[in-house]
Design a protein around this ligand. Sequence first.
Ligand SMILES: [Zn+2]
Length: 122
Amino acid sequence: MDKKDIILTPSKYGKDQYFKILKQGQKENPNHIYVWFENNHGDVERMWINKVEGSIKSGKGVLLNEPALFTELNYGDLVEYLMDEDQVIYATSIKKGPHCMCCGEFIEDEDNALHNSDKDKM
Ligand SMILES: [Zn+2]
């Protein structure tokens, strides 16, 4: 089997599964959004982000997955997304991380990134 057949999901396929996974994840955590990443070649990877700004229709969130296909992206990147008329939530732009999972702020010094624990104390 060609390796490509395993990893690549053409954009016209896999939407039913996408909606199922999105719905399930939203039940567990409404801030978790399953985003559809697609490049100019039609390659697709779907990954979770933690929403830090906006609504499910448009906003920003921090990438929670380590990409398998789009290896130029990383856990902690800041993703802007937009829901289209088919209810698919597409990534529209990506800012290199790491970004704070709770507020999306860029982390310059990872050793001193205490946003999460700071908020827990409040
Ligand atoms: Zn923060």
